[in-house]
Write a protein that binds this ligand. Structure first.
Ligand code: NAP
Length: 288
């Protein structure tokens, strides 16, 4: 999802050549963008593709983001989240390329959100641990890097391999299916277009270090679902609130994450839309 938005955004920039990578045949139809089929967990493939393309900047948005899948198959998660990142960090060091790594609110334990960049990570599931390990690799690397942490990303794209909370709620309500949504977790939902803009601001301003790039509101998934119903004129009576404890999830989710984004607002002039504005934009993008 984010990768597509980055490709779209940077392909409109002057004097910029964009090379998208993904696993398998290209799934998107964007003009003026080269595409390389690279399994990032395969060191040989990474070195052949990246040494040839020789990028000056790498934005690493690939990951296995399904928390339960990572908990069930630690080896697969480690391969795609940690080994793949090690390969990219190594080739970036070889090329002396600027590096951005997209990380997550799930590096925190959820006991003290909303979090600042200076707060201490303490992941409580394997997905969060795998992302935190990569943050540490970068901090200890020789690279000029930025760690871009984000939270509950929503938006649209072409042939997405995964849904997101907003699209899931919209689809369920359109099919008149009742849904239960948690009301005791707290997040700052992030419009994917804002996240891509945040990455671009970091690149343009040559900023380095850790940045929290998220939405500006602090809400529960239940409140997000209700707002989605309102903007898409769907029946909110189909949505019931529930506690996280009512769900038997394999990977534990942190309760209160969400971010304090004041550093990004001040240092990057990052200005995200409200959830309502973001949902209106999602609606427009789905209609175009
Ligand atoms: N979405 C969120 O709510 C959220 C929240 C916090 C942080 N993040 C972080 O934000 C970043 C972008 O997330 P997203 O929502 O855009 O995720 P996404 O839509 O699932 O995209 C991740 C992409 O990574 C690809 N990938 C995984 N392993 C790979 C490998 N070995 N080689 C090549 N490609 C590989 C996946 O390929 P396939 O399509 O083939 O599976 C997928 O297309 C991730 O780093 C994630 O951890 C996301």
């Amino acid at each position: 999802m984010l990768g597509q938005k980055l490709v779209l955004l940077f392909s409109k920039s002057e004097n910029t050549t964009v090379i998208a990578t993904g696993k398998g045949p290209v799934r998107i139809d964007f003009p003026n963008v080269s595409y390389l089929d690279v399994d990032l967990a395969n060191r040989g493939e990474v070195f052949v593709a990246f040494m040839k393309a020789a990028p000056t900047h790498i934005i690493h948005a690939a990951a296995i983001t399904q928390v339960d899948l990572c908990e069930q198959d630690n080896e697969m998660c480690w391969r795609n989240n940690v080994i793949a990142s090690e390969n990219l960090i190594e080739v970036a060091e070889e090329l002396d390329a600027n590096f951005q790594y997209i990380s997550t609110d799930f590096v925190f334990d959820g006991t003290a959100g909303p979090y600042k960049e200076t707060d201490q990570p303490n992941p409580i599931n394997f997905y969060g641990k795998s992302k935190h390990v990569v943050e540490q690799l970068l901090i200890n690397s020789q690279l000029n890097y930025a760690i871009v942490r984000t939270v509950l990303v929503y938006g649209v794209g072409q042939n997405l391999s995964r849904s997101n909370l907003v699209l899931w709620v919209k689809n369920k309500l359109e099919n008149h299916e009742p849904i239960r949504v948690v009301n005791d977790q707290w997040r700052s939902p992030t419009f994917v277009d804002d996240l891509a803009t945040g990455c671009k601001l970091i690149l343009e301003k040559k900023a380095s270090g850790i940045f929290h790039i998220a939405g500006k509101e602090y809400l529960t998934p239940y409140a997000i679902a209700l707002k989605t119903a309102e903007i898409f004129s769907l029946d909110s009576n189909l949505i019931s609130p529930t506690d996280a404890s009512a769900f038997k999830e394999i990977g534990t989710r942190p309760l209160k994450t969400g971010f304090d984004i004041s550093k990004s607002v001040k240092e990057l002039a990052y200005e995200p839309v409200s959830l309502e504005q973001g949902l209106i934009l999602v609606k427009e993008q789905l209609q175009s």
